[in-house]
Design a protein around this ligand. Sequence first.
Ligand SMILES: Nc1ncnc2c1ncn2[C@@H]1O[C@H](COP(=O)(O)OP(=O)(O)OP(=O)(O)O)[C@@H](O)[C@H]1O
Ligand SMILES: [Mg+2]
Length: 580
Amino acid sequence: MGPGLSTGPPGIGRVRRVSGPLVEVEGLPGVAVAELIGLGDLGLPAEVVAIRGGTISVQAYEYTGGLAVGDPATALGRPLSVRLAPDLLGGVFDGLLRPLTDAPVWLVPGPDRRVRAGTWQWRPGVVTGASVPEGSVLGALPGDGGVDYRILVPAGITGPVEFVAPPGAYGVDDVLVVVAGTPVRLATDWPVRRPRPVRRRIDAAAPLVTGQRVLDAVFPVALGSSTAVPGGFGTGKTMLLQQIAKWCTADVIVYVGCGERGNEMAEVLAELAALSDPRTGRRLADRTVIIANTSNMPMMARETSIYTGVTVAEHFRDMGYDTVVIADSTSRWAEGLREFASRSGALPAEEGYPATLASALAAFYERAGRVVTLAGAEGSVTIIGAVSPPGGDTTEPVTAHTQRFVRGVWSLDRDLAYSRHYPAVSWAGSFSRDADSLGAWYATNGDVGWGGRRAALMSLLAQADRLADLAELVGAGSLPDHERVALLAGRLIREAVLQQNSLSSNDAHCAAPKTAALIDSVLAVVERCQQLVGLGVPAARIEEADFSALLRAAAEVTPEDALGVTVRRDKVLAVLAGLR
Ligand SMILES: Nc1ncnc2c1ncn2[C@@H]1O[C@H](COP(=O)(O)OP(=O)(O)OP(=O)(O)O)[C@@H](O)[C@H]1O
Ligand SMILES: [Mg+2]
């Protein structure tokens, strides 16, 4: 997709009409759809979206105030691209990857971003004369966050290494290596709408562990998979995604804040800056890339931001890393599409969205995947996108189309959120198409119980839901004892396993062994209760035991301390034994 990278010298045309982000330009014969145009003397970035005779419609990615009819419009002969460089890690950028930390974006107009000034320590990995295949690693720039930035042979280039810069400090314009006549520098440009090439896609196998029990144990996501998080206003989407950004097991995290409140983005930044990385003890921010298009920034830059985010993730995937793109929220992104469609006079499809909504969503989610890179390494891009359906109506177009393109859905339930059951992931309304393959992965990677645990939880929850409906009609007291215990089981699972308070210092995330131990202890308690009822102990007496306190205590053992959970499980069982 998209035109070639160069179509000759730039042409200069004129602005003919300006309507917000929609600008009409004339006098540019030969431009192609998706080509980058610089508008006005400042060169505001814009992309060709339609060509009708001599009139070219472009979508401007910046505020067009001050742009006048007759201003120059420069065809730049290349598609909308972003500059990929080692300053990405630990940085904060707008939708076109221009740094937001140095100066406000409106002071640095123009389509080309400046790479943060500075030098990086180069550690060559090849010698002159070696023959290198495309995509292979030429050397690395060690990163602060334990993620080395690897310099790769560009796609399409193979051959002898003709020059290697000696180890030392280099800046962004220095040539590090020359391969078959092609200079390779620190920075490389890539068109955001074009997926980066790979050798082949492979099936997802291993889990992306999120640290959230309800996800890791019941609705797991695989590395290279994709999940949508639909949830009405205030149901906890942002909190959940931020928890995942902090604790998940990806090497590189790309957090795309799309049209969210500026103060929320500021919070994410402040929290990340303060967090130490559980892997390295250094700053977690050093292996995170933040792309921010808050609600007060130009609407159209939102449109590119999700593609920019996935391009950055693919770039690190190609270095052999597992990456995750977290987008909050794709509904705000779709608003950008809708606003532009209404101005361009395109025939609206459902609810004012352009007819291209579905393909635009597919073009994002389909870039998730686990791959063999051009050089033969393995890497992955996992995509997690929040959707905020207006009024919680999940049949609205953005939610409905998104569900077609993802492998999992974590549906946030308003009633759960109102009763402060967080994360408010609905067990009845969520699914994971990765669960079976991940069950097989866990079985061969040291946790044969994973699949059985998940099945037990799901069946107990479904049974408890059914009985809760019945209890509402007839009163819980009139249910037979074994059904009252089944209701109790549902409550124990919800309170001890599914709920997890992001604000608690020791339960905000839960390591996989602790999750497994905790679920095993809850299941053992449930089984014991069922046995007691079978022995004739009245359900009322069992219900009196203070399970929540005991289980809460069980949840608060130190991470990884599976033994602690086991000891406390015995305590719980001892209390139950006393009931006889
Ligand atoms: N996991 C959690 N633990 C504790 N509190 C939570 C959790 N999730 C949500 N909350 C509470 O719910 C509030 C709203 O959450 P959040 O901002 O994440 O919702 P949202 O779905 O992103 O909302 P919006 O639709 O406005 O974007 C939080 O401020 C917090 O008080
Ligand atoms: Mg939010």
